[in-house]
Write a protein that binds this ligand. Sequence first.
Ligand SMILES: [Zn+2]
Length: 202
Amino acid sequence: MTPANASSTPRPVAAVRLDGGRLCLDFVNTIHDRYAADVEDYVQDPQRFIAWSERTGALRPDDGVCVPRTAHKRAALMREVVALREDLHALFAARIDGLVPRASAVRGLDRWLHEAWASQSLGTDGYMHWRADARDAQLSLKRIALDALDLLANPAASRLRRCANTTSCGWLFLDVSKNGRRRWCAMETCGTAEKMQRYRRA
Ligand SMILES: [Zn+2]
């Protein structure tokens, strides 16, 4: 994979890979690469987080969400983004490894689930709707939390995988291949890098 370099021009949000197969996994994969010494954070500021959220559907055009106005709120949002991302990574990694997740990660997701439920009201149409006062940048984190719950509670979670490139990548994905033996976040990135290494060793 191309080396991540914090000093280089950030890649456009439109060019960020979405290989996880689920919103919540793509969110966890906004670190490139998770185990690299020089990490590129795709959603390192509120503008990028909102652009990424719009691209992935975590925010929708009719949500009308803008970047928080005050520096205090922007900083708080970014702390929440990083915290939920790490909590979700811990929860999914524990599921993959068959371990009990750390309690703080469970609490972290639990808090966002309750925030998400409290932000919705039942409409006369019988559907839950986001309340008008919930249409802020945190709405993205609430949708991500609900998606994470849906995945963790689903038998499909047995198809959760970690990219076989564990020296740097560390991305997570849902293996929907027929034989359930997908190894890489993407063949054209980590899969190719591994093939090149084998070629050089030969
Ligand atoms: Zn990978």
